[in-house]
Write a protein that binds this ligand. Structure first.
Ligand SMILES: Nc1ncnc2c1ncn2[C@@H]1O[C@H](COP(=O)(O)OP(=O)(O)OP(=O)(O)O)[C@@H](O)[C@H]1O
Length: 492
């Protein structure tokens, strides 16, 4: 650690480069806050070929921050965007003649973050197409180069994904999505600290990194749907909604803007012929169930490197390569509810309207505070006592009734499935899986007179199937996903 500023730092202080603000800019980024005393603001102008024509900075803070801002602006200007996104803390320190004195290292993080936020702002300004209702599905650039945008959450799976792709000879750009405002102090994938951590991880691997702000899209397509589903008496799966509308579209959007061909995530799945979705090597981590709604055009340009690996190997790869993410815990079920208490989360968003708890014959057994607290198959928290265990059979939001019954009443032998997405021909569907960790049961699938709606008859009964759940169909060898859809309400 240096005891005093290097001559290069002093030079930047005496002759600061690129100070100012670009009026007609392509992106603005600010980091720090006046409470801690240091604020850095970068403006960038991006020209043809994604070249950083101009980079300007302003810093309100200590000498180290000012010198770092000046050095970073000078380093970045004139580069192409991808190369600027790969500038590391060490690159910046090298430009400043070596390490900063103790207590000043934060300056490097501050200015890099402000520059990256300017890039983030630039992408955000331009993605009306991404926010459009149909989502963003490009045909793939097919430039012939091995190029890939790897979605990096800050966890071990996506870090190893990027590493494996780099080792396989791809030009990799890592990107992290801000999906929601993480609850303060949480280790969620979207907390500001996690974005910094993901960027740091990418940079340590020598990879450029971008952040995309997808809060609006995620709020609209995932969180609103999540809350709305409970209020409508149906059971949502936010990971499914995110894969249907957000993650892959965003990665493909960035890939298209960069002229990159492929997109990758750290999901445990394979891309089979067709293309179709195939089960991964590690059956204990199989994520094909939540990937069914991926548009086929996007699957065609997707790589899942972890499909060939077991989780234990993935951690070992991370460890061998000295990645700090090697020991990160498994991510929680729902990324925007780190506490896991989704009833509480929904309860804060939906105005509760009380109603009746009834038996199938209409007998009133009790009262409840709101239908959003119930889901089919639920046993706990009914507030009704009976000699034999009671379960929620049905939620009727229109009459605010929750219908309960015994376990046998949950027995289901047939369902209707809509909003389907098929990778292979429907006739190949031989098994269906109704829950993420459930097992697949043999079934027969037939089209109905309603377009896009299928009748699925189970060969053995399934208990507690809720409307809104995903029904995912597999081939007779159980290896490939034929397609999937959402379970419809009986009367719909
Ligand atoms: N906020 C995010 N930004 C970028 N990519 C993300 C984000 N969240 C998830 N992903 C991508 O989706 C993949 C699957 O997400 P999931 O939430 O299942 O995480 P995971 O299996 O715990 O993976 P990881 O260990 O990488 O966090 C991740 O591996 C990553 O590629």
């Amino acid at each position: 650690m240096a005891e005093r500023y290097a001559p290069e730092v002093l030079d930047h202080l005496v002759r600061p480069r690129n100070v100012g603000e670009i009026e007609a800019n392509s992106g603005v980024g600010e980091s720090g806050d006046t409470a801690c005393g240091d604020v850095a603001r970068f403006t960038v102008r991006i020209g043809d070929g994604l070249r950083l024509e101009e980079v300007r900075y302003r810093v309100y803070g200590c000498a180290a921050c000012i010198a770092c801002g000046s050095a970073l602006a000078e380093l970045a200007e004139g580069r192409d965007l991808v190369s600027a996104a790969a500038i590391t803390k060490d690159d910046l320190l090298e430009a400043l003649g070596g390490p900063l004195p103790p207590g000043k290292e934060h300056a490097v993080t501050l200015v890099l973050d402000a520059l990256h936020k300017a890039f983030e702002d630039g992408w955000t300004r331009d993605y009306d197409a991404l926010l459009a209702d149909g989502g963003y599905v490009a045909p793939g650039s097919g430039s012939g180069k091995k190029t890939v945008v790897a979605a990096m959450s800050g966890g071990v799976d996506s870090a190893v994904t990027a590493l494996l792709l780099r080792e396989a000879g791809y030009n990799v750009v890592a990107c992290t999505f801000r999906l929601h405002d993480a609850e303060p102090g949480s280790r969620s994938c979207c907390s500001p600290d996690t974005v910094l951590f993901a960027r740091d991880t990418a940079h340590r691997m020598g990879l450029p990194h971008f952040t995309l702000n997808l809060k609006e899209l995620f709020g609209r397509r995932v969180m609103r749907d999540f809350v709305g589903s409970y209020a409508k008496g149906s059971t949502p799966n936010p990971c499914v909604a995110c894969n249907a509308h957000v993650k892959f579209h965003a990665a493909a959007y960035l890939a298209d803007r960069l002229g990159y061909e492929k997109v990758a995530t750290g999901h445990y799945a394979r891309v089979g012929e067709g293309p179709s979705l195939a089960r991964p090597e590690d059956e204990t981590k199989d994520q094909t169930y939540v990937l069914w709604p991926m548009p086929k055009e996007l699957l065609a340009r997707t790589v899942f490197p972890l499909g060939e690996h077991r989780k234990t190997e993935v951690r070992a790869i991370a460890e061998r390569n000295g990645l700090a993410v090697a020991y990160t815990p498994e991510s929680q079920d729902i990324c925007f509810i780190p506490s896991g208490n989704y009833r509480d989360f929904v309860g804060r968003k939906v105005e509760a309207a009380p109603g009746e708890i009834v038996a199938a014959d209409g007998t009133v057994l009790g009262r409840h505070a709101g239908v959003a607290n119930f889901t089919v198959g639920q046993r706990r928290g009914l507030g009704v006592s009976a000699k034999t265990p009671l379960y929620v059979r049905e939620v009727r939001p229109e009459t605010r009734q929750v219908v309960v019954g015994g376990r046998e009443d949950l027995r289901t032998t047939e369902i209707l499935v809509g909003a389907t997405n098929w990778f292979l021909g429907v006739q190949e569907a031989a098994f269906v899986q109704i829950r993420y960790n459930g097992s697949a049961v043999a079934c027969k699938v037939a089209a109905t007179e309603r377009e896009g709606v299928y009748r699925v008859v189970f060969e053995e009964p399934v208990y507690g199937v809720a409307p809104g759940q995903s029904a995912v169909f597999y081939t007779h060898d159980l290896d490939r996903v034929v397609g999937g859809g959402r379970v419809l309400r009986k009367e719909s």
